[in-house]
Design a protein around this ligand. Structure first.
Ligand SMILES: Nc1ncnc2c1ncn2[C@@H]1O[C@H](COP(=O)(O)OP(=O)(O)OP(=O)(O)O)[C@@H](O)[C@H]1O
Length: 613
């Protein structure tokens, strides 16, 4: 029981005389948080009373509430609670000694520190932060204890305080801030409401401003996922991110061991306006908002995740450097990565068709995550799906390889530009060969990565070589013609080589099963990849020419090639050469790689050829 005080004046036990101005100046930029601190203290006081209530069976049955009151005439803002209250001794102990000695520690520790931003996170500001906006602070409090006497404490922004007994009927504490002249914005209910919404929106106790409850006491993450409908998840998302489209999927975390972590993480629908490079998670500590910029809590590849995380074991004034060095934060990241992987597996297995549109939105992140984290790779690798030219629009890699086992064991044919590689894809299709479409920015790296993970696996772009399956192997077609003892193939090769005098161009003559394509360009897979990589990395430097080395594959099955031969036999080399140029230019055009010089010739020649029909 506290000893009786009539009126007492004393010195707050701080040795650093100028502590108030120093801290005020240092913390100026983040002064809003005083309201969060006071409301958190009020909620704590209510929790303490609830605990005592349970332990001592007091059966205090009031509606617990924190009330914020603005008195414009008096220039005050007050935060009241009907919590546990304080006796005079407790005020001396917790306010004069505890609150102020932590302030003193703070000054001692950081007085030489240059970077002010680092300071805020290190210090539990607590009650003391009131002095950032108020010169004079009063506390009026009545302890829950029987026969407790009301206490009035006042401090006018110096190290002096006074404390005296008052009559107070209602249990609990009222903290009254006499706002400084330049802090009158905190007398505006709109501003105060905005601050409560920001910092205290999900606190578990009613917070009232001007007679109205402002907060949502039971945010969705505090409920069991089994009790929440899909619509409720979406509604909560809209509450956090108004104006956003529905999220793609979400994960509800409810972890008690080895640490406490609750929350709902949403994978958003990504639009052009969405900034994928910064963190979007709201971090809470026991439902008190802490920060919306804590990229350390989320694996880098999951930066787009949105939602709320409540980590009660982390300090309220959490700092960047704390998060970077805290082993628990690493574990949180691992848990999140594991849960996202599990969710992806679940979505893919449960409804493969519904998974497709989700995959289209998330695949780049998943692939990036697989390259960054082995564990993540192992968990999701069998769920990765690829767009395919086959009957089913999407396939997994094992399924694709299984289907093509006879024709191309361990080899994956792919296209990364359906337009430019249309001829090749058509050829593949005509022979019932399936190719995958890997046309995202990340796919170049991802292919390389998959090959390094699976030593037997080879990816070949459809235009990198002519697969055996597309070739006609009929020996009778290789019969020697004419007097010069050449095969038809040798003859065609010579005609093309003699006329197309282009640097780095090789001619290869084949007979395809399909006769519709007279010629196509082949680019060696490894050379092309190497050049593409060099291009990607060598910004500003001279770019390697992807076509410095290329092969024109001439298809003897095509009537156009037969025509070239006939024209040569007829000694009409002028028209034969026009056809050869046209075949080469068309093949280059399909790669969008025809040179400016050749383009003019191509257009002119096309006109002439049309006139000859
Ligand atoms: N509204 C209140 N009702 C009852 N006790 C209070 C109230 N506000 C503050 N106190 C007491 O004063 C102490 C000091 O408060 P202060 O906010 O400075 O630090 P804290 O809440 O302990 O820690 P933090 O720095 O994390 O806020 C509290 O621990 C509590 O015992």
């Amino acid at each position: 029981m506290s000893k009786k005080v009539k009126k007492e004046e004393g010195q707050i036990s701080i040795h650093t005389e100028n502590i108030f101005p120093i801290i005020k100046k240092w913390l100026y930029s983040d002064k809003d948080i005083f309201l969060r601190e006071l409301v958190s203290n009020a909620v704590d006081a209510i929790h303490k009373l609830q605990n005592v209530n349970l332990l001592e069976g007091l059966q205090l049955s009031d509606e617990y509430q924190v009330t914020i009151h603005i008195d414009k005439d008096a220039g005050t803002l007050s935060v009241s609670d009907n919590g546990i209250g304080m006796t005079a001794d407790e005020v001396r102990k917790y306010i004069n000694q505890v609150a102020f000695s932590s302030a003193e520690d703070f000054v001692e520790k950081f007085k030489d520190l240059e970077d002010k931003n680092q300071i805020i996170g290190h210090f539990g500001l607590g009650f003391y932060s009131s002095f950032m906006v108020a010169e004079t602070v009063e506390i009026r409090t009545l302890s829950y204890q029987k026969e407790a006497q009301g206490v009035h404490w006042i401090c006018e922004g110096t190290t002096s305080y006074s404390i005296e007994e008052i009559s107070k009927d209602q249990r609990g504490t009222e903290v009254i801030l006499h706002l400084n002249d330049d802090e009158k914005e905190f007398l505006d209910p709109v501003k105060v409401r905005e601050l409560i919404k920001k910092y205290c929106n999900f606190l578990p106790v009613s917070i009232c401003l001007e007679g109205e409850e402002v907060n949502d006491k039971n945010p969705l993450w505090t409920k069991a996922s089994t009790e929440i409908s899909e619509d409720e998840y979406k509604e909560f998302y809209r509450k956090l991110y108004p104006m956003s489209d529905d999220p793609l999927f979400w994960i509800h975390l409810n972890i008690d061991y080895p640490f406490n972590l609750k929350g709902i993480l949403y994978f958003p629908r990504l639009t052009n306006e969405f900034d994928v490079s910064r963190s979007h998670i709201n971090l809470f500590c026991n439902q008190v908002f802490v920060s919306d910029s804590t990229p350390e809590l989320i694996p880098e590849f999951l930066t787009p995740l949105q939602g709320a995380l409540d980590a009660p074991d982390l300090p309220l004034n959490v700092s960047r450097s704390y998060l970077q060095n805290e082993p628990q934060v690493r574990k949180i990241r691992e848990v999140i990565s594991g849960r996202v992987a599990a969710k992806i597996v679940d979505l893919a297995k449960k409804d493969p068709d519904a998974f497709v549109p989700i995959w289209e939105d998330i695949h780049s992140f998943v692939k990036y995550g697989m390259m960054r984290e082995d564990k993540f790779y192992d968990k999701v690798k069998d769920q990765v799906i690829y767009r395919s030219t086959g009957e089913k629009r999407y396939t997994t890699l094992p399924d694709y390889l299984e289907r093509g086992k006879e024709q191309h064991e361990n080899k994956v044919y792919y296209a990364n530009d359906e337009g430019a590689q249309a001829t090749y894809l058509r050829l593949f299709k005509s022979q019932d060969l399936e190719a995958l479409i890997l046309d995202a920015m990340i796919d170049n790296h991802f292919i390389q990565f998959l090959e390094s993970k699976n030593k037997d696996l080879k990816f070949e772009r459809v235009d990198s070589d002519i697969t055996e399956n597309l070739l006609e192997h009929d020996a009778s077609k290789k019969i020697v013609t004419g007097e010069d003892n050449q095969t038809k193939e040798e003859k065609i090769e010579k005609i093309f080589k003699d006329h197309l005098d282009i640097k780095g161009l090789h001619i290869r003559v084949e007979t395809l099963k399909d006769e519709s394509v007279p010629g196509m360009i082949l680019l060696n897979e490894q050379q092309r990849r190497f050049k593409e990589m060099t291009r990607m990395m060598g910004q500003g430097k001279e770019m390697p020419d992807l076509f410095a080395d290329h092969t024109l594959m001439v298809n003897t099955a095509s009537p156009a090639i037969a025509k070239v031969l006939a024209l040569v036999d007829d000694n009409n080399s002028e028209t034969a050469n026009m056809l050869i140029d046209q075949i080469y230019d068309l093949a280059m055009l399909s790669h969008q790689a025809i040179s400016k010089e050749r383009m003019a010739g191509f257009m002119e020649r096309s006109g002439k050829l049309l006139g000859m029909i």
